[in-house]
Design a protein around this ligand. Structure first.
Ligand code: CA
Length: 236
């Protein structure tokens, strides 16, 4: 998962970058509205943290321009204290959530997890596929309840696939969502990461779709004939 942080307060931007990277996200920083607008238009972020008080182009204008351009990335706005009208303006311009400065980093991280989860259609905080579970709150992966140690890049890759189960994800798409802008990207390394993850988790949940990419699927469920799951529906 990759996040854009648009914040002109240098210290806060660095703090956000550090906290987000520690939580397993790739992060790009934009110090002004112009850069933020450009990056948001050209890079496929999974979520954006947008300070409304940005130089060059104001945050609300940046957000309006993204939404006018059809960019639907979840956006969390940061507003100054007591500026309730900014929140209203920001939400009306298409923000999905807001936080008032100063805020607790833990709250920002929780709100971002919720936005990313909802954007990819998940209601539950814990992502699972067969015996594999991924907890974005702890940046932790388990197989059959046992913790598995993944490197930061391996975690980012598996996290992206776990947020998009059943979808064919190309190597280019994975590259765009696990590396930040400054990283020297090489889509060949994706295959290396996938093989390492497969070895570490030991369950065949990442299927290669020849010529297209990878698909996350539960080997148990997907091996059954169509319709065989009908009896599993939980009764209220
Ligand atoms: Ca500011």
């Amino acid at each position: 998962m990759r996040i854009l942080v648009a914040e002109d307060d240098h210290d806060l931007a660095r703090q956000l970058q550090r906290a987000l990277e520690q939580s397993g996200y790739a992060v790009d920083l934009a110090p002004d509205g112009e850069e933020a607008k450009y990056l948001g238009e050209t890079e496929p972020y999974d979520a954006i943290v947008l300070d409304l008080g940005l130089p060059v182009i104001d945050g609300v204008r940046v957000l309006e321009s993204w939404r006018d351009g059809g960019i639907r990335t979840p956006v969390l706005i940061l507003t100054a204290r007591d500026a309730w009208s900014d929140k209203v303006e920001g939400l009306d311009a298409g923000a999905d959530d807001y936080l008032t400065k100063p805020f607790e980093m833990a709250e920002l991280l929780a709100r971002l997890r919720a936005l990313i989860r909802r954007a990819s259609g998940h209601a539950e905080p814990l992502l699972s596929c067969g015996a594999v579970t991924l907890d974005p709150r702890r940046a932790e992966v388990r197989v059959g309840g046992e913790p598995v140690h993944l490197t930061a890049q391996e975690f980012k890759l598996l996290s992206y696939l776990m947020h998009h189960p059943g979808k064919v994800v190309s190597r280019t798409e994975l590259t765009e969502h696990i590396y930040d802008q400054d990283f020297d990207r090489d889509s060949n390394t994706i295959e290396v990461f996938v093989n390492r993850i497969r070895k570490k988790i030991g369950v065949p949940v990442i299927r290669t779709v020849r010529g297209l990419g990878y698909r996350l699927e539960d080997p148990e469920t997907d091996a059954r004939p169509a319709g065989a799951n009908g009896g599993n529906a939980r009764r209220a």
